[in-house]
Design a protein around this ligand. Structure first.
Ligand SMILES: NC(=O)c1ccc[n+]([C@@H]2O[C@H](COP(=O)([O-])OP(=O)(O)OC[C@H]3O[C@@H](n4cnc5c(N)ncnc54)[C@H](OP(=O)(O)O)[C@@H]3O)[C@@H](O)[C@H]2O)c1
Length: 330
């Protein structure tokens, strides 16, 4: 099969098209004929070597941790999905004609292949962060409990009905990228009011989703206080470094802040989640249900042919995407 691969750590130019044997679904896995694969910052961080200490990579490596496509192999022990089903989910080497998925959900017909391909990583990360902050439907996060390092994952499994507005106000720093937009939409579906920061170009889009939008950067505390005079219950640091002191000042405690993107979190007593503590993959179905109801989507900033994966990495690395970059297959 055709795949995009790299043999050495380096810039986007190390990515090139190769012909490699097809992978096969092991127990508990499915294989898909890939229609589109999402591009995530971790893909280019692995490629350029910046994550070598935390995410070891065997070379050659086919990047891509998520995809959407048509099931063509079902591994032992897998139930509830058949050959020919249209799905999206989490993979290991998705920038290829075929990919093995470890976690998946049905692709809502309301989403294009490209939109569905970019969902899995963003949605799982978003749900994990919201669970750690206690943002579940019908519940104010700090009512009667303190958030601590032992907060259980999976609290949101019964959430996403959105039927009981919780009165929680969540601040999302870096709300316009893949994870940020998933946080905005999942949090609103769980009943929270969301204030999201973004560059001016992306603020109207955030408003169209129902969020309150403002600039990130200097002056954040004053801007957010004027938008939320009753205070901020919780904050998720998705993108941009340096905002954690402001997020702590706004929420009143480092325990009310979770970081997925600011690696200085520990210096501020803020929890940094990597997923090593558990992944919130149940949320793929939550997202599929919301997408089918027209309550969640993922804008595709640009869809490029598979062979232009290097350009997709370059665009992602520039750091100002609305939604996702994806590569598509014929
Ligand atoms: N810990 C984990 O488990 C985990 C999982 C997934 C991702 N991540 C990390 O989380 C980060 C976000 O991931 P992603 O997939 O959402 O990235 P992405 O899709 O590339 O989005 C990046 C976003 O950052 C925003 N941004 C740029 N500079 C900013 C600043 N100074 N302050 C606030 N926002 C800023 C941009 O918004 P504008 O265009 O509006 O400027 C852009 O939309 C990445 O560092 C990624 O590696 C961590």
């Amino acid at each position: 099969m055709k795949a995009m691969s790299f043999e050495k750590i380096g810039g986007p130019e190390v990515l090139h098209l190769v012909d490699v044997p097809q992978p096969h679904a092991g127990p508990g896995q499915i294989r898909i004929a890939v229609r589109a694969a999402g591009v995530n910052p971790v893909d280019w961080k692995i490629r350029n070597g910046s994550t070598l200490r935390t995410i070891p990579v065997a070379l050659p490596h086919i990047p891509g941790m998520e995809a959407a496509g048509v099931v063509d192999e079902v591994g032992a022990g897998v139930e509830g999905v058949s050959i020919g089903a249209e799905v999206f989910g989490a993979a290991q080497n998705a920038s290829a004609e075929y990919a093995v998925l470890d976690e998946w959900a049905p692709k809502p017909p309301e989403l294009t292949w490209a939109q569905a391909a970019g969902l899995a990583m963003a949605v799982e990360t978003a749900a994990r962060g919201l669970d750690l902050l206690g943002i579940v439907a019908g519940q104010k996060p700090w009512a009667g409990q303190e958030l601590g390092a032992g907060q259980e994952l999976g609290a949101g499994q019964e959430a996403a009905t959105g039927s009981e507005p919780a009165g929680t106000t969540l601040l999302v720093n870096g709300a316009a990228g893949g994870v940020g937009l998933a946080v905005v939409q999942l949090a609103q579906a769980r009943g929270a009011r969301v204030i999201g920061t973004a560059s001016r170009d992306n603020q109207e889009y955030l408003r169209s989703l129902g969020a309150v939008a403002t600039d990130y950067g200097p002056g954040l505390v004053d801007r957010v206080r004027s938008l939320a005079p009753d205070g901020i219950d919780a904050a998720l640091a998705v993108s941009g470094e340096g905002a954690l002191p402001d997020l702590i000042a706004l929420t009143g405690s480092p325990d009310r802040v979770v970081s997925i993107g600011d690696a200085t979190a520990a210096d501020h007593g803020v929890r940094f989640t990597t997923g090593a503590e558990g992944r919130a993959f149940y949320s793929l179905r939550e997202a599929a249900t919301l997408a089918a109801a027209g309550r969640l989507t993922m804008p595709v900033a640009r869809a490029l042919p598979l062979t232009e994966l290097g350009e997709a990495h370059r665009l992602s690395e520039a750091g100002h995407v609305r939604g996702k970059f994806v590569v598509v297959l014929d």
